[in-house]
Design a protein around this ligand. Structure first.
Ligand code: SF4
Ligand code: SF4
Length: 434
């Protein structure tokens, strides 16, 4: 049976979000993402009188952090290369349509890849850092190009005094111990895409012949889990209505030795299959909170419980992160297609509506400036009136463009929980923030 989560607030509370914990009443000042403890009388007034005037009166609405202005241009800092637009799995909901993004399956052109690496360093100065990610399809289908681009970027970075960070997202089925040694040497963040445990994963992530892939992934990933020092091997679970056993999944993945594990809901699939509906999102929210509560218990006991979603949210709340975009897509981050096209991000590869140029000519600045103007959260409806807007940023552009915003109650419910967890941990485990 589904239970309603208390505290999910309506999007029209534009300037402040009031919430309550066992430590009293608190408010998130939306602009600037600042959290304060307040007296009950102030909480009542914020809820009933309209927040803007009350905040001004008590001196908390004293400056504007996020304006309507969008940057004209942002230099490239992060690229993901679709080194193989093909895959050996046939996941039911794949955004990349079995890896090919709806075109002929192909490997990335070597010259395009080398040019992409040069583009990444084009504007960087000593002391700065860049991120190079390998995705697909399944990137390990083309591991020779991954090695070549990594060595090239590491060399340019060394000569220029620029730090190069590397990451790869893989289905795990093709991993070898040699891959692990290479990733360890270059300090890769390795993300293994999983859909749950055992048969649940097998149903959603079969090989092309139909057989399940879970046993193979775990067999292949174990050597990497054992050797991770500089490398970090994390699990990312895509949640559909068919794999909502989050707590069980998280415990098993952390017991296996993943550096961390996290979840993200499947909101938009080209096939329309296995997308989350309102009831599944509500169920997911409850499971996420259950996982979060275990994170709180363990953290207070001084134990590590690497539930990535809550750890990330709490870190961002602590930093007061406020942003007018959900991510860097089309800003400092682009996805590079196998033929060298530049797209807003890895999910938009081959999508003409999010095409920004190519690796030879660089980013088209008119296209970028229009994207940044149009995608600013103040331009999004109903985001401009939502209390979560500078933490959420308006939702993943790809999902919003293709399916709209079906997950806002889930997003606000989760952020509301994370704010409460943040306040509780500040009291119960202050050393966590050191
Ligand atoms: S997408 Fe995010 S910012 Fe926009 S209304 Fe939904 S929760 Fe609020
Ligand atoms: S648009 Fe969506 S998929 Fe692309 S980087 Fe942003 S959040 Fe990720």
């Amino acid at each position: 049976m589904l239970v309603q989560i208390a505290g999910v607030q309506a999007p029209e509370q534009q300037h402040a979000h009031v919430f309550e914990t066992e430590h009293g009443f608190h408010v998130l000042i939306v602009d600037g993402s600042r959290v304060y403890s307040i007296e009950e009388s102030i909480a009542d007034r914020l809820r009933s009188d309209g927040a803007a005037g009350v905040l001004k009166e008590i001196g908390l609405r004293n400056r504007t952090f996020v304006t309507d202005d969008a940057p004209e241009t942002i230099a490239v800092r992060s690229l993901s290369l679709a080194v193989a637009q093909k895959c050996n799995l046939a996941c039911t909901y794949c955004y990349a349509q079995e890896g090919s993004f709806g075109t002929e399956p192909k490997n990335m052109d070597r010259e395009a890849a080398r040019r992409a690496v040069e583009l990444l360093f084009q504007n960087e100065r000593p002391g700065e850092s860049v991120n190079l990610a390998f995705l697909g399809g399944e990137p390990l289908v083309n591991r020779a190009l991954i090695a070549e681009c990594t060595e090239m970027a590491a060399g340019i970075g060394r000569d220029a005094g620029v730090r190069a960070n590397f990451s790869i997202t893989t289905n795990g089925t093709l991993l070898t111990a040699e891959d692990g040694e290479f990733f360890e040497r270059h300090g890769f963040a390795v993300t293994i895409s999983l859909d749950g445990i055992g048969e649940v994963h097998d149903r959603l992530r079969p090989f092309r012949g139909g057989q399940g892939s879970y046993a193979r992934v775990i067999q292949k990933v174990r050597p990497l889990l054992a050797m991770q020092q500089r490398m970090q091997v994390s699990a990312r679970v895509t949640v559909t209505p068919k794999n909502l056993q989050l707590r069980e999944t998280l415990d098993e993945l952390l017991d296996l030795g993943f550096h961390s594990a996290g979840f993200s809901p499947m909101l938009s699939a080209p096939s329309g299959r296995d997308e989350m509906d309102a009831a599944s999102l509500q169920q997911m929210l409850q499971q996420m909170i259950e996982c979060g509560e275990e994170f709180e218990r363990r953290t207070v006991r001084g134990e590590r419980y690497a539930f990535a979603n809550v750890a990330t949210a709490i870190r961002e709340i602590h930093k007061g992160t406020h942003r007018p975009y959900p991510c860097g897509a089309g800003g400092g981050y682009f996805g590079v297609s196998a033929d060298g096209g530049l797209y807003a991000c890895h999910r938009f590869v081959q999508d003409e509506g999010a095409y920004f140029g190519d690796v030879w000519q660089g980013v088209n600045h008119d296209t970028q400036s229009r994207w940044l103007r149009e995608r600013h959260v103040h331009k999004q409806s109903p985001c401009s009136g939502c209390w979560a807007r500078y933490m959420c940023g308006g939702g993943c552009h790809h999902e919003v463009i293709h399916r709209g915003r079906p997950a806002c109650d889930y997003i606000r419910g989760w952020l509301d929980y994370c704010l409460k967890a943040y306040v509780r941990l500040q009291a119960g485990a202050p050393e966590y923030f050191a």
